[in-house]
Design a protein. Structure first.
Ligand code: HEC
Ligand code: HEC
Ligand code: HEC
Ligand code: HEC
Ligand SMILES: [Ca+2]
Ligand SMILES: [Ca+2]
Ligand SMILES: [Ca+2]
Ligand SMILES: [Mg+2]
Lengths: 341, 341
């Protein structure tokens, strides 16, 4: 029973899974998730003690930071827009250029990236965590061995937490599961148009990113495909070589991972460089650069309206208590206060 | 019935109130607290969108940031250590120098302080919040009027939330309420010593800061009182003129608010300049500079041990969902991404 009657619908519309699988090498357990949550929110993993994963992937909102590109320790600005971590488990690789094969592998990056958390080396982060008695105990309990505060276990815990960050039951999901009243007429028109003009060529599957449940191959596409569009220069969309930097293969120049469109209305600004502030303009960019199609304002609006139906249900998260080193900070190596007059 | 039998105990030991009163001008309501919580956690109140109240007053831990002095937008470092916001309602004034008379008044400061949230003016923060439909609705509901997104209402909501940040039922509280097994013998010795040598002269009352329930006068004390101590130079404790900067009264030179000692083991480093990393050293500084007394290592340890009994129960806080401007960030005025190769 097709969800909408128009048979022109190319998409096999799929609801988002309500739960993500975990890999055999890192089975999800409740305790591991709790530990990973603490680490995800813990700014002491950064050089200055001011930047946590949540700083750039704010789980109180879209799982992003709302900035064109992220700002890490010492106010340094990176080259790319922070993608959402909501539903990041529903893809076969991580980063805009897909250079990381797993959530575990990915989480090693930001801790030591200069414009992100800025640690000189993983050991420095491990030293901080190991100095906190509460973490020592928790790592031992979760990983069932002594000396278990290691970078591999840190990223296992973080990845286990990230696998819980799924947002099912959007209006769209309810619609494709049979609740015809979940979408407005305008949203249904937008959904139809999204399929008719070919957006679903790339943005298919339950997360609208070409991925299917169980798939381990990642979809990459050229962007911008139509380099002629004046929008390319206007937004500087051809400066980043994308996947080429990761593989050094000429054919990967300007190829990017097809990103999820789940909760897309919460993750402005758009594209790998965050140069496009408005979702309506992002839709125009896509139709012109990827499909060589000009849309009317009304058409753009209907797609934006459809996108608002992709806002999912966010699980309620209790603020973690992150453990302390009693009577002593682990940031004792920081610059002293500026001297007052 | 005195809590510990030794009558040398000068202190009238008092348990922490489990709930704080709200002022007539800003009655606490559940909806106002919820709104204030969102604002407290919302980094969009800062220039770069990266710094919230919680950045420096981390409620996942001691309500502080663990740094000698705080780091605000663009990595700028301020002159003072961030005090905890846990139990900040239990004092008659705010800031190390007591220059702010209320939580409402206090909250106006950081938003526009250059090394904190760095907004050029309150209007800029208000403009951001007002651009977010969900906030518009919530402010209207909480303050029961149109155009209620004002700086006065922002700080009222934040202060209402802060009034819920109390940590009762510490081991100490249970002890003074009659549970003699709540403290260890060593902690009781530390408690006794704390009183015997005169710490309670300044650190009295339920929050150990000279404040009593209902009191509206703030206790200020000279620090360091014994300027001769070599610890003064070692830690640069005489550089900040304290309350003098707020009042310009000569007699206020080097006067500081007596701070709470609740959860003191979670708020290293210590003193207004955060120069003392360890709680044991902070105890030595106090006894030498305030009481001209040298303590043995064993004595210092017993007081530190007593202090661990002041760790309270932290209320469980659900991570708020902060509202979005759909399809558009409110940080559209930020620098673009650094250009990649
Ligand atoms: C200072 C900002 C910043 C911090 C801190 C940060 N990230 Fe990111 N994150 C980014 C940016 C920017 C990207 C995209 C980089 C790229 O594609 O080259 C990214 C990418 C990711 C991705 C890939 C998502 C996708 O769809 O491709 C995940 C997952 C992720 N981060 C998780 C984390 C975790 C876990 C931490 C903490 C250990 C963290 N991030 C810390 C900014 C940040
Ligand atoms: C040929 C493949 C392809 C087609 C067709 C396509 N997209 Fe995309 N889409 C991509 C890729 C790749 C990206 C990531 C671009 C980048 O590097 O920022 C993207 C990004 C986006 C984004 C921004 C995501 C974000 O988080 O910033 C939106 C919105 C979007 N697409 C919507 C659409 C719409 C609407 C259509 C149809 C009009 C469409 N796409 C057609 C491949 C495609
Ligand atoms: C960049 C760091 C930073 C940010 C952001 C920040 N604060 Fe503070 N806060 C401090 C510092 C440092 C002090 C002490 C300043 C002084 O005494 O001169 C302080 C003092 C306070 C106090 C007084 C506590 C006491 O016992 O005297 C309260 C309450 C407070 N802040 C609440 C807030 C609220 C509410 C916000 C957000 C609107 C906020 N702070 C944002 C660093 C920060
Ligand atoms: C004459 C008043 C006075 C006496 C007596 C006194 N204190 Fe203090 N105490 C203060 C003041 C004022 C401060 C704030 C100093 C500053 O500006 O950092 C303070 C700060 C502290 C701090 C650091 C608080 C923080 O958050 O950084 C600790 C710990 C402390 N006192 C413990 C003690 C102990 C233990 C004793 C007894 C050995 C003691 N105090 C005696 C007035 C006093
Ligand atoms: Ca984005
Ligand atoms: Ca702390
Ligand atoms: Ca402190
Ligand atoms: Mg967002």
């Amino acid at each position: 029973q097709p969800p909408i009657d128009n048979s022109a619908t190319a998409g096999e519309w799929q609801a988002l899974p309500v739960k993500a699988e975990s890999p055999a090498a890192n089975p999800t357990t409740a305790e591991k998730v709790e530990l990973g949550k603490k680490l995800f929110f813990d700014p002491r993993l950064s050089l200055t003690g001011t930047v946590s994963c949540n700083s750039c992937h704010n789980l109180m909102e879209g799982g992003d930071d709302g900035r064109p590109s992220s700002m890490g320790v010492h106010g340094s600005i990176g080259p790319r827009n922070a993608p959402t971590v909501w539903n990041s488990v529903f893809q076969a690789s991580q980063f805009w250029d897909g250079r990381s094969p797993s959530l575990e592998d990915q989480a090693k990056g930001p801790i030591v990236a200069a414009p992100e958390m800025g640690m000189p080396a993983h050991e420095n982060a491990i030293k901080r965590i190991a100095a906190i008695p509460g973490y020592q105990t928790e790592f031992r309990d979760v990983f069932d061995s002594e000396n278990s505060v290691t970078i591999d276990n840190v990223v296992k815990a973080i990845a286990a937490f990230e696998r819980t960050l799924v947002t099912p039951n959007s209006a769209f999901d309810r619609f494709v599961q049979g609740d015809r009243s979940a979408l407005t007429d305008k949203q249904i028109r937008g959904m139809q148009l999204f399929s008719d003009i070919g957006c679903t060529e790339c943005h298919s599957g339950p997360a609208f990113n070409g991925w299917d449940v169980g798939s381990t191959t990642q979809t990459f596409e050229e962007f911008p495909r139509n380099a002629e569009s004046q929008l390319v220069g206007q937004y500087g969309l051809d400066r980043d070589l994308g996947r080429f930097a990761a593989t050094n293969r000429k054919s990967d120049k300007h190829y990017f991972k097809v990103p999820t469109l789940r909760n897309i209305s919460l993750t402005s600004p758009y594209f790998h460089n965050g140069a496009v502030a408005k979702l309506s303009d992002a839709v125009r960019v896509m139709s012109e650069t990827q499909l060589d199609t000009e849309l009317s304002n009304e058409e753009v609006e209907s797609i934006v309206d459809f996108f608002s139906a992709l806002d999912g249900e966010f699980p309620s998260i209790a603020l973690p208590r992150i453990p302390s080193r009693p009577g002593e900070s682990v940031l004792e190596d920081q610059e002293p206060a500026a001297v007052g007059e």
